[in-house]
Design a binder for this molecule. Structure first.
Ligand code: TSX
Ligand code: MN
Length: 624
């Protein structure tokens, strides 16, 4: 491949927007290298303006990638190629020289489930087999973006090159994007993000739904040492909005380990009690636990207020006073649509009524959106078109919306967005909540005995996975820290990093809790009403932090004392005995399973302290 000069006069790409010569030298070099490799027809440097956004959306509409939803203000629907609907874990890699930096050495006979490694040599080969000329006939957009408020000491900057205008429109929602970011960057450092849908023009094959993608060649690579992210073949958000999972979790977790902070898959909420005292909490849940619902919940207890800082990612760092300060590095919510309703999440429903990009939801004949669990009767005479663009009716036996369909909406449209959500110093985190979807055995809430025990609780997280096509029944999957697909480095080293927080002089360590909203009774019903009633659990935590609520030690952690959970005003009685019951045999098996998992998956990299915590759990269970 002969490199080509990158200026229009010399036959390089047309500059569709922006001024390449005004870019900082390092940014310009990155853009020029992208042009030389990908050979786009034009380059567009994004400024982030409203006018630019309108142009990008109009172009997407003209290409038939999105269509307007006239029932709402400035809302759009994208239908993807049905082969490009989710993150692709099998094609997601962490690139390091030493494989042990990226993933733990799995015990012989086991298959690693905590990430995939690729060597730099192999990556370079894979890139060379995909990217040369991949943007021919297309425009390469240059997206300068900040993860976190522009200029915050906790924020980080990236520059994404992409040939997808859908990515441009979505990144404008999910990150702070444009001119202000280039100014804040100056001549500083940034993460280099390169993305292509892998469909140069003229097309080799016809598009499906006008959605360019290249599923056979999909690859998502994080290269921490080079501060680089490379993504090919997918336009779907988790693979293509590189600021989110790739940067804010995989790349950032690596940077956080180097720099002494934490990049976590956590929501952040503010909670105010009837006396007006406020605290912030962060919470990590695996998928299908209603994380976005909790982040925006409407409490049922009188006088309590919950406000949302973020619904997916938390960057946390101890400040000079020893407080753990957190920011939400994102600017929007990229939430799962099905199950979101006026009952489960009224605040999200309000947020998504304008300026929102929907992907793979169903469309109503009156220009609105629809999905499973939206809980809204269709107006008389209104019909539904499914995510596959086919007429749909409730008896069809297929969902109208893809189960992983999404809304992409600006965070500041959430009615209960926290007043400090863009505070550059972050909010002080007093509690960290882990959780899982556990039909059996795991009580509604418990508090860890110590930081070290809490880290073990995070490592031992498991959750019921929604039945995937290849599985028969529902399985309880391991998902440590809800980070299993997002670790940017060896999970054993990650555990050591978390444990090391206890050695920081002056650090005021948050209390760690574990919750389970999903325990079922012997007859199969949920034992806890969940949703807004979860405030009763947060209230108990709140009072624990103030040293007020009572707790009794158990084999698994501190449990609320009788009467220390406020159950007043609950419509239906709650069976506290079943909700908090601890069964010796269940926990013996649970400890054994967690032990087996950590021994095979983390093996030699498992910190001795975690082995000790497992042994302590075993002893406590034996003494039950
Ligand atoms: O999001 C949920 N939360 C957290 C809310 C703040 N969900 C939905 C999970 C799917 C993503 C829940 N589902 C919660 C919950 O706390 N709890 C449950 C289980 C449940 C479902 C229905 C009822 C009670 C519990 N009751 C009725 O439907 C009447
Ligand atoms: Mn997530």
């Amino acid at each position: 491949m002969t490199p080509r000069p990158a200026s229009p006069e010399q036959g390089g790409p047309r500059v569709a927007r922006g001024e390449p010569s005004a870019l900082a030298p390092a940014v310009r070099e990155f853009v020029e290298a992208g042009v030389t490799l990908c050979l786009p027809d034009a380059v567009h440097i994004c400024d982030g303006s409203d006018e630019e956004n309108r142009t990008v959306l109009a172009q997407l509409e003209e290409q038939g990638v999105i269509k307007k939803l006239p029932k709402y203000h400035n809302c759009w629907l994208a239908r993807t190629d049905p082969r490009d609907v989710a993150r692709v874990e099998s094609r997601t890699v962490i690139v390091t020289r030493d494989p042990r930096e990226a993933v733990p050495a799995v015990l012989k006979g086991g298959v690693g489930q905590l990430g995939r490694w690729m060597s730099p040599e192999e990556l370079d080969k894979e890139v060379a087999g995909r990217f040369p000329g991949c943007m021919k006939g297309r425009t390469m957009y240059v997206i300068p973006f900040s993860m976190g408020p522009v200029g915050s000491p906790l924020s980080k900057i990236g520059v994404q090159l992409t040939d997808s205008p859908y990515v441009v429109a979505s990144m404008r929602v999910m990150t702070r994007m444009g001119k202000a970011v280039l100014t804040a960057l100056g001549t500083g450092d940034f993460v280099r993000c390169l993305h292509s849908v892998g469909c140069p023009l003229p097309l080799q094959r016809p598009l499906v739904n006008n959605w360019p993608c290249n599923p056979e060649q999909t690859l998502i690579a994080q290269i921490p040492e080079r501060r680089q992210i490379v993504s090919f073949g997918s336009g779907y958000g988790g693979n293509s909005l590189l600021g989110k999972k790739c940067f804010a979790l995989r790349m950032a977790s690596h940077l956080a380990k180097e720099e002494g902070w934490l990049a976590e898959h956590m929501l952040i909420l503010g909670i105010t009690n009837p006396a007006g005292q406020k605290k912030y909490m962060a919470a990590a849940f695996p998928s299908a636990c209603g994380k976005t619902n909790l982040a925006m919940m409407s409490p049922t207890l009188p006088g309590w207020k919950v406000e949302c800082v973020g619904d997916d990612i938390a960057w946390m760092k101890f400040d000079g006073q020893g407080h753990l300060r957190a920011i939400n590095p994102e600017n929007g919510f990229f939430g799962v649509a099905p199950g979101t309703s006026a009952k489960t999440n009224p605040n999200a429903m309000t947020a998504i009524a304008k300026n929102t990009i929907f992907t793979n939801v169903a469309e109503t004949s009156d220009g609105g959106v629809h999905w499973e669990g939206m809980d809204e009767a269709l107006p008389e005479g209104v019909t539904v078109t499914s995510w596959k663009n086919k007429p749909w009716s409730p008896g069809d036996g297929e969902p109208c919306a893809h189960p992983n369909s999404r809304f992409c909406t600006p965070a500041d449209q959430c009615p209960i967005i926290d007043p400090l959500w863009e505070s550059p110093e972050g909010v002080p985190i007093e509690a960290i909540i882990f959780g899982g979807r556990r039909p059996e055995g795991v009580p509604l809430v418990f508090e860890a005995f110590s930081w070290q025990h809490g880290v073990f609780v995070g490592a031992a997280m498991r959750s019921e996975a929604t039945a995937a096509a290849e599985h028969k029944g529902k399985e309880i999957m391991h998902d440590p820290f809800a980070m299993r697909p997002f670790f940017g480095y060896n999970f054993g080293h990650y555990l050591s990093h978390w444990l090391s927080m206890a050695e920081r002089p002056g650090a005021k360590l948050p209390k760690i809790f574990h919750v389970n909203w999903f325990r079922r009774s012997r007859t199969g019903g949920f034992l806890w009403p969940g949703f807004g009633e979860n405030i009763r659990v947060l209230d108990w935590m709140f009072r624990r932090l103030d040293g007020e609520a009572g707790a009794t030690p158990s084999a698994v952690g501190y449990l609320p004392c009788r009467d220390s959970l406020d159950l007043e005003g609950l419509k239906d009685p709650v069976d506290l005995d079943q909700l908090f019951a601890l069964d010796r045999e269940f926990w013996r098996k649970e400890a054994e399973e967690v032990g087996k998992y950590l021994a095979t998956q983390v093996n030699e990299d498992l910190p001795a302290e975690i082995v000790r915590q497992l042994e302590l759990l075993r002893q406590r269970v034996n003494q039950m």
